[in-house]
Design a protein around this ligand. Structure first.
Ligand code: NDP
Length: 285
């Protein structure tokens, strides 16, 4: 069994971004900037935003944090988003989720124009992905595919089973894996005979958010298992997969922490760089 080391692959991806950005800077190109809009002080979001800010610093992206207080109204939030998206010096814009419950997340994220939507959460970005056009793939699916490719795992022709159909993980991942020529099955809370389906997967991806949800009997021998889940148990972070038992059966597995999490942040750096590059050259590569 091989551990898919997301920490290491994330360092590699960030280094790729750092070098490519440095080449632009050497030629006198302007600073690349990412704006993060955060409302309230959700402790988990604070950690994620801190990690994103650190990653920006490591690769040479200017991080601009717009922190609004918990009582911000929808109108005020939208005013801030509209203002920052209009700033030509800002190449990528993201709204840190979750927002406090009185705010409408969909309305807020939809305000980010497609060319700055480095989180890939807008209808426009998801639509492009669905029809196979170039746009921003959201960071968790993008990071997962980068990680699998880094370990030379062949995707074409493989049966990928995804548990979870959220618009930030399950759905874009399903579309992205389809674009990689996988045969994709998406499961969710209404799926019947889940274990029967998951045990047929060559690649099993769990994005449910329940500790210990994936047990060894649900996994095919030699499957690749990707654990997206982040669950806090007694102040410890664990995934959805019962790692000790499942890892004995798999060919490859991601740990939690140190698997998908760091890849998500690194992929945000990649998307921000692509947005920057597109703003300078009119194309992504
Ligand atoms: P959501 O809560 O939006 O989605 C969870 C999905 O799991 C839903 O589609 C739900 O089905 C499905 N589900 C719930 N219970 C079952 C069940 N018993 N059987 C089958 N499917 C079930 O979560 P997210 O997609 O936002 O996140 C999922 C997990 O991934 C969370 O732990 C989150 O913290 C983590 N995460 C990690 C990231 C990282 O970088 N590592 C990034 C993003 C998320 P239904 O649609 O029917 O309700």
């Amino acid at each position: 069994m091989v551990i898919l080391d997301g920490k290491k692959a994330a360092l590699d991806l960030k280094e790729e971004v750092r070098v490519r950005l440095a080449n632009y800077y050497k030629k006198g190109a302007p600073q690349c900037n990412l704006a993060i809009i955060m409302v309230g002080d959700n402790p988990a979001s604070e950690v994620y935003v801190r990690n994103k800010a650190k990653a920006c610093e490591a690769v040479g992206i200017g991080g601009k944090l717009i922190k609004l207080n918990e009582n911000t109204t929808q109108e005020e939030l939208e005013k801030y988003i509209k203002a920052v998206t209009k700033d030509p010096k800002v190449h990528g814009v993201m709204v840190q989720l979750p927002l406090p419950s009185h705010l409408d997340e969909d309305r807020a994220t939809e305000l980010v124009p497609p060319e700055k939507d480095v989180d890939g959460f807008t209808t426009a970005s998801l639509g492009k992905l669905a029809v196979g056009k170039q746009g921003f793939l959201s960071c968790t699916p993008g990071g997962i595919i980068y990680l699998l490719k880094k370990y030379k795992i062949v995707l074409a022709g493989k049966h990928a089973v995804i548990i979870g159909r959220s618009k930030i993980v399950g759905k874009p991942l399903a579309l992205a894996l389809l674009n990689e020529n996988c045969t994709v099955t998406v499961c969710h809370s209404r799926t019947k005979n889940l274990a029967k389906i998951t045990s047929k997967a060559d690649i099993l991806i769990s994005a449910v958010g329940k500790a210990g949800f994936i047990t060894a009997d649900m996994v095919n021998l030699s499957a690749v298992v990707v654990d997206v889940g982040i669950n806090r148990i007694d102040n410890k972070i664990v995934g959805d997969v019962d790692y000790n038992s499942v890892s004995k059966k798999t060919s490859f597995i991601t740990p939690v922490p140190g698997g998908v999490g760091p890849m998500t942040v690194a992929y945000l750096m990649k998307n921000t760089f692509l947005a920057y590059q597109k703003s300078l050259n009119g194309k992504y590569d």
